[in-house]
Ligand binder design. Structure first.
Ligand SMILES: Nc1nc2c(c(=O)[nH]1)N[C@H]1C(S)=C(S)[C@@H](COP(=O)(O)OP(=O)(O)OC[C@H]3O[C@@H](n4cnc5c(=O)[nH]c(N)nc54)[C@H](O)[C@@H]3O)O[C@H]1N2
Ligand SMILES: Nc1nc2c(c(=O)[nH]1)N[C@H]1C(S)=C(S)[C@@H](COP(=O)(O)OP(=O)(O)OC[C@H]3O[C@@H](n4cnc5c(=O)[nH]c(N)nc54)[C@H](O)[C@@H]3O)O[C@H]1N2
Ligand SMILES: [Mo]
Length: 779
């Protein structure tokens, strides 16, 4: 479809819609779409990214794998590679897949392959890989996400849904018009709203909050960082990880002063009485009053009491960012947030109630489209085995081991081959030292990525993928009015190929080409998927253009369901439109969860002392609370080498922000390189002093490419500033087994040694293949 590559091309990233200008096969500039009210600065990482020196140019196999064949290896991450021709590479990889399936069965393939890849409905790397693996008999899959590990399991049990909390959330319009008080646990970080999985054509959060304030709305931001909200707000900074204690203190005031809505609790909820016994201390002798909450959170008693009364007196929206559930015991904060909102009685009414993820992703607050999205069907996976996504290291280190999950007792499979496309566990997983020991175990690791990421360096087969800028695709998401033509902006780089093409070649070699491709080229798939979607929209009476006209126009605007209030239908008719919970109501006490008997997730929201927090014993050794949050300058680890991300670095390291007082007592000045450490690992980072960070807190975002000083040592210090060498891969609880990467206790010291170079973006070493197949390309 694309021929004239130097003409400006419309495209879509997870962080927004833009037009790309290119020359000589490289994107040279990007212009945000005119319709976007508040474009993400991360767009600035795109120019220069297609021909960046970290691209994978040709198919490559790890030297040790070629020499020794499949098997566990401690050399992963510290070996050289041999570049092969495509046909030799596909032969070898297809043979290895066949061997594993024949010898060990499909369960031995881990295809969980978590990760964001790029936007686009067809060339979605995970969907492509899952469909391919399904055509060869299936794979062990992963469930849930790093984003919402705890929420994804507990919310269906509490309010009968997960996705509706975001996709049918109370709209920004309604908040701007009706809400008087927003009490935001985790703030409403504008930096995060730039992003939306699958793309987004507009960013309304900033303007909506401006309208809300202009109408007299007040915002209370509860967060360790003052800048978790842009613009005027009252800032409360409890000890990190103590939000549930604060919410209980607020709830105590409502209950003890009769400010709670007993009608709402009786009609729409179940189990409030059981919870109240705990809240008031009847069941355990400990009243969760503001004095109790004050000791744990560090906030004054009268501040807590006054806030509760203010909340009862106004149309109040309680919001909880996703970060609050990415910690040990992470199920509790969203559950307690809903309980607090239920006590206030506003759930289902305009401008009041509960919100989860305002300021986490762009989607909450946006109007949904009433049609299904065009879908690339992944097929059926005959293998039933699954693991919670954040259990990847446990699975690889403990085959046959038992674990609990959501009321079930399950077993880790014995994985022989790991197949990953479009994700980076060196970005997303915790305790990288342990992850590296886990990745030494399988017999073969296959990674598709456009770049030599740390995961690619730990692979045996590295499949060079195109970036989305090198192909045509369709973009649309469930809360965006635009269906967008993503137009190829530049020719394919070097020997890179679309994941669809490489998987089609593998499918052909394995004799299942027709099942995988259904005889369609990529362009024919786009037309096919568009046609299906067009049918849905036309059935609703809208004249959607045919594909060619759509492609020329570039986008199609759908109607949206505006002015939603979360759970309004349930509020209007709790009997006719019950929630999909056992009681049909909001479960403040869940008999099912209670019945599982999990000490780390009891039957009602409970304050559970975290492992990584300043009030616990570990803080004697590691007295700073590290917040490992989402990076402002990019999406995850993607385009870490881009201009905006690089401009944020300090002496080439990821910036770590700390309070000037905590820096001074350690002899650290602005711009110094520091060593951040605990008993799990250490990294270097660049000091930024900022009183927007609470005392005792340090903030180091995720996303710096893991760069070990000694690649041979799994415990090596990372010289670049990847916080996941410090975080624990302990899970949220036995209920959800979610990721807990947001918090870690650490200490920080001035780094006085020589500052090592950053090598993360360099090519690995290549050698000529011993079997004589490969050609040398130099390093
Ligand atoms: N400590 C800590 N850790 C965290 C978090 C935290 O709060 N704290 N947050 C977690 C969260 S919420 C998430 S979602 C995860 C994110 O973790 P990931 O989603 O794994 O991170 P990304 O950097 O987006 O990885 C995507 C990879 O896909 C590649 N890619 C892009 N396009 C294509 C393509 O077309 N084909 C192929 N084959 N590859 C492609 C990119 O180059 C990149 O390497 O991280 C989690 N990790
Ligand atoms: N720019 C950018 N935006 C992104 C992403 C990105 O990589 N870059 N990633 C996207 C993805 S995949 C996801 S899932 C979302 C994640 O959305 P979130 O998980 O909500 O985002 P974070 O930035 O990790 O955390 C939000 C804020 O919560 C605060 N916080 C941390 N711990 C606590 C605590 O104990 N109590 C309180 N009250 N506040 C706390 C931190 O100060 C932090 O800035 O972000 C999305 N948006
Ligand atoms: Mo996420």
């Amino acid at each position: 479809m694309s021929s004239e590559h130097s003409a400006p091309r419309q495209h879509m990233a997870h962080w927004g819609m833009f037009t790309a200008q290119s020359s000589d096969g490289e994107v040279t500039s990007v212009v945000p779409d005119r319709g976007d009210a508040d474009p993400s600065p991360a767009l600035g990482n795109i120019p220069g990214s297609v021909r960046h020196r970290s691209r994978v140019r040709r198919p490559a196999v790890r030297r040790g794998w070629l020499r020794d064949g499949p098997g566990a290896s401690n050399d992963r991450g510290n070996d050289s590679f041999v570049e092969l021709e495509w046909d030799e590479f596909i032969d070898l990889l297809a043979g290895e897949l066949r061997r594993v399936v024949d010898t060990h069965g499909n369960e031995a393939i881990y295809g969980g392959s978590y990760g964001w890849a790029s936007s686009g409905r067809f060339h979605h790397a995970q969907s492509q890989l899952h469909r391919f693996l399904n055509t060869i008999g299936g794979y062990t899959r992963s469930v849930n996400s790093y984003s919402l590990g705890a929420t994804g399991v507990i919310m269906p049990r509490v309010v009968g849904t997960h996705w509706k909390l975001f996709a049918r959330s109370t709209s920004w319009e309604v908040i701007a018009k009706h809400t008087e008080l927003m009490v935001c646990f985790g703030g409403v970080p504008r930096k995060n709203t730039g992003t939306n999985h699958g793309g987004t054509s507009n960013h309304p959060t900033r303007d909506a909050l401006d309208r809300f304030r202009a109408r007299g709305g007040q915002l209370v931001s509860i967060s360790p960082l003052r800048d978790d909200v842009d613009g005027a707000a009252r800032w409360l900074a409890p000890v990190p990880g103590t939000d549930v204690a604060l919410m209980l203190g607020l709830a105590y005031v409502l209950a003890s002063e009769g400010l709670h809505d007993t009608d709402f609790l009786a009609r729409y909820c179940t189990g409030y009485d059981r919870f109240e016994d705990y809240l008031l201390g009847r069941s355990d002798g400990v009243p969760k009053d503001p004095a109790w909450a004050s000791v744990i959170t560090g906030l004054p008693t009268d501040v807590i009491a006054a806030l509760a009364r203010q909340m009862a007196a106004h149309t109040t929206m309680v919001t909880v960012t996703w970060s609050l559930q990415r910690v040990r015991g992470g199920e509790q904060a969203p559950w307690m947030g809903i309980t607090l909102a239920a006590m206030l009685g506003g759930i289902g009414t305009p401008g009041a109630g509960f919100g989860h993820g305002y300021g986490s992703m762009n989607e909450p607050g946006l109007a949904p489209v009433p049609y299904p999205l065009p879908t690339f069907w992944q097929g059926v996976n005959p293998v039933q085995t699954f693991v919670p996504v954040a259990a990847v290291s446990d699975m690889l280190l403990d085959p046959g081991g038992r674990f609990e999950y959501d009321g079930r007792s399950l077993t880790y499979p014995d994985i022989k081959l790991v197949h990953w496309a479009g994700g980076n566990p060196f970005h997303h997983h915790q305790d990288i030292g342990r992850l590296r020991r886990a990745l030494a175990r399988p017999e073969t690791i296959v990674v598709h990525d456009p770049y030599w990421t740390p995961l690619a360096r730990h692979a045996d087969f590295v499949v060079p993928s195109t970036t989305s800028l090198e192909r045509d695709d369709l973009s649309c998401t469930r809360n965006d009015p635009l269906m967008v033509a993503m137009q190829q902006a530049v020719p394919r780089y070097a020997d890179a190929r679309d994941d669809y093409d490489t998987l089609s070649m593998l499918a052909a070699k394995l004799g299942v080409a027709e099942r995988f491709t259904e005889g369609r080229t990529a362009e024919q798939w786009l037309r096919h998927m568009y046609g299906q979607w067009q049918g849905f929209v036309r059935a609703a009476g809208h004249p959607v253009p045919d594909f060619d006209e759509f492609w020329r126009t570039g986008s199609y605007r759908m109607d949206t369901e505006d002015g939603l209030t979360l759970f309004e239908e349930f509020r209007a008719d709790p009997v006719g439109q019950p929630l999909r919970t056992p009681s049909g109501r909001i479960e403040i006490f869940s008999s099912d969860i209670d019945g599982f008997g999990y000490d780390d997730c009891p039957g009602h929201p409970t304050w559970l002392e975290p492992t990584e927090w300043l009030g616990g014993a570990r803080s004697a050794d590691f007295p700073l609370h590290l917040i490992a949050n989402q990076p402002k300058s990019r999406l995850h680890s993607q385009l870490d080498h881009g201009a905006v991300s690089q401009a944020s670095k300090v002496q080439g390291r990821e910036p770590i922000r700390l309070h000037p007082g905590d820096a001074e007592s350690r002899g650290i000045a602005e711009g110094d390189v520091v060593r951040v450490f605990n008993d799990r690992g250490a990294c270097l980072a660049g000091a930024v002093l900022d009183d927007a960070v609470s005392r005792g807190v340090a903030q180091l975002s995720t996303g710096a490419w893991y760069d070990p000083l000694d690649p041979a040592d799994p415990q090596s210090m990372c010289v670049h500033g990847n916080p996941n060498v410090l975080t624990s891969d302990e899970h949220t609880s036995k209920l959800a087994q979610g990721c807990t990467g947001q918090h870690a206790l650490v200490d920080i010291e001035l780094w006085t040694g020589a500052v090592p170079p950053i090598r993360a973006y360099e090519q690995p070493t290549f050698v000529v293949g011993s079997a004589g197949w490969a050609r040398s390309t130099g390093g």
